[in-house]
Ligand binder design. Structure first.
Ligand SMILES: [Mg+2]
Length: 128
């Protein structure tokens, strides 16, 4: 069972992602802040993590740096309202694997999540 953590301060996004990903067979947890996400990461592991960059408190970049240390192999994807080259650079440096610009289409979300699952399966095969 693939586990996904969705972190976004917008309830509409959390609910939408949960619905779409659960329908596709993923087990989903959501958090509305970076702080809440870090609490969840203390006891749960995830294959995929989707972080809004613009969060109150710890932002998505800081959250990614911390999450990357806890879960070095997981796929972590940034979700944001806008993108610039500067932003992309920061995201890569923080440890994000990929980057979505809002609004994220359901088709794009599912395609990326599927790709990320396959990718992580390859890593885990190699590790075993
Ligand atoms: Mg936000």
């Amino acid at each position: 069972m693939k586990r996904v953590l969705v972190v976004d301060d917008e309830k509409g996004i959390r609910d939408l992602f949960r619905r779409v990903l659960e329908t596709a067979g993923y087990k989903v947890k959501t958090a509305e802040s970076g702080e809440q996400a870090l609490e969840i990461l203390e006891h749960d592991k995830f294959t995929l993590l989707l972080f809004d960059l613009n969060l109150p408190g710890i932002d998505g970049i800081e959250l990614c740096k911390k999450a990357r240390k806890i879960l070095p192999i997981s796929i972590i994807i940034a979700i944001t309202g806008y993108a610039s080259l500067f932003h992309l650079h920061d995201c890569r440096q923080a440890g994000f694997d990929d980057y979505f610009i809002k609004p994220v289409s359901i088709k794009t979300l599912l395609a990326e999540v599927e790709l990320a699952s396959k990718r992580i399966d390859r890593w885990l095969d190699r590790e075993a």
